[in-house]
Design a protein around this ligand. Structure first.
Ligand SMILES: Cc1cc2nc3c(=O)[nH]c(=O)nc-3n(C[C@H](O)[C@H](O)[C@H](O)COP(=O)(O)O)c2cc1C
Length: 313
């Protein structure tokens, strides 16, 4: 795909290949790794604005951050004033861009009138963006093409976001009822790209350089956002951007990832919490399922490294 800088308000990214917000995964270590591999912008997982105001320790942990690249924090909520208070608070102070989640399909979020539920209320979404703009930072939005395929909700919603002052819109090309499955709705993304004048980033189904090319070609979007493809293979950013890889092998990358986590957490915590990420790293490796079974029993990182060292090239 053609690389270009993206202007998000007064912030300009190095390129147009971004790491998606990923609950449970896009922590400081994953964001740093992807940034070093070439991602032009990284997003935290979504954090609750109410959680931020109540000084929730887990929320603070999600927002822990290192590295010098441009950083976005994703927030969710549906009360514009509460969201503005969170956006101007200390915890979000270290982020350059504030992104609002208008795509989460999970029942506990949706049934609370947050995330993708807001697709039904463009007026409120517009108010949220307009209010958040008072924090002075670029405000971006991540939405879906609709709740169900062809329901027509995406286009007026994107226009409302632009009307409210959104500085960039990411469109996940799947309606809410598809969750993350199936081919992206290229037409749905393209329609939005053609209707607004702020940068539009396309998201969905990028697992290698070819699928990034396809997504840009089919939608005309200004860039791509990568989620699952990055978790399985952070090298994807180097592959697409041409930046030098920060590790020569998956094994070296895994070791780097563990060491990075150990700068913040004790060894046992790292050994246990890293398991889910490790399982993604091992996808497609020889004897992956036996290796995963073994690793799920290990409680220290030296043992994990020993197993990985013996199993991977
Ligand atoms: C485990 C997981 C967690 C996710 N967490 C978030 C999140 O916190 N905020 C958000 O906007 N999207 C979230 N998403 C959606 C992704 O950002 C992305 O839109 C979706 O996975 C489609 O992109 P892909 O086809 O590249 O995976 C999550 C997806 C997955 C699989």
């Amino acid at each position: 795909m053609r690389l270009k800088k993206v202007k998000i308000g007064d912030v300009v990214t190095e390129n147009n290949v971004f790491l998606a917000p990923l609950a449970g995964f896009s922590d400081f270590a994953m964001r740093k790794i992807c940034e070093d591999m070439g991602a032009g912008l990284t997003f935290t997982e979504m954090v609750s604005c109410k959680g931020l105001l109540y000084d929730n320790a887990n929320t603070k942990d999600i927002l822990f951050t290192v590295g010098n690249g441009i950083k976005a924090a994703q927030i969710f909520g549906n009360d514009p004033d509460v969201m503005l208070e969170a956006a101007t608070g200390e915890e979000l102070g270290k982020f350059d861009v504030i992104d609002v989640n208008f795509g989460c399909p999970m029942p506990k979020i949706y049934n609370n009138g947050e995330g993708s539920a807001l697709l039904k209320d463009p007026a409120l979404a517009e108010k949220i963006i307009r209010t958040l703009k008072k924090c002075g930072k670029p405000i971006t939005a991540k939405m879906r093409t609709g709740l169900t395929l062809g329901d027509g909700l995406g286009l007026p919603f994107a226009k409302a976001l632009e009307q409210g002052g959104a500085d960039m819109i990411t469109v996940h090309g799947r309606p809410k009822d598809r969750i993350y499955a199936g081919e992206p709705d290229y037409d749905g993304i393209e329609m939005i790209k053609n209707a607004v004048s702020v940068p539009v980033i396309a998201n969905g189904g990028v697992f290698d350089a070819d699928s990034a090319d396809l997504l840009i070609e089919r939608t005309g979007a200004d860039g791509v956002m990568i989620a699952r493809g990055a978790l399985e293979n952070p090298f994807i950013f180097a592959d697409i951007t041409g930046k030098k890889r920060i590790a020569e092998s998956k094994k070296e990358l895994i070791f780097k990832h563990v060491d990075l986590l150990k700068t913040r957490y004790d060894d046992r915590t790292v050994a246990i919490t890293f398991r889910k990420q490790l399982c993604l790293y091992l996808k497609g490796e020889k004897n992956a399922s036996a290796l995963k079974q073994k690793i799920l029993t290990l409680k220290d990182t030296d043992s994990i490294k020993r197993e990985i060292d013996a199993a991977l090239p």
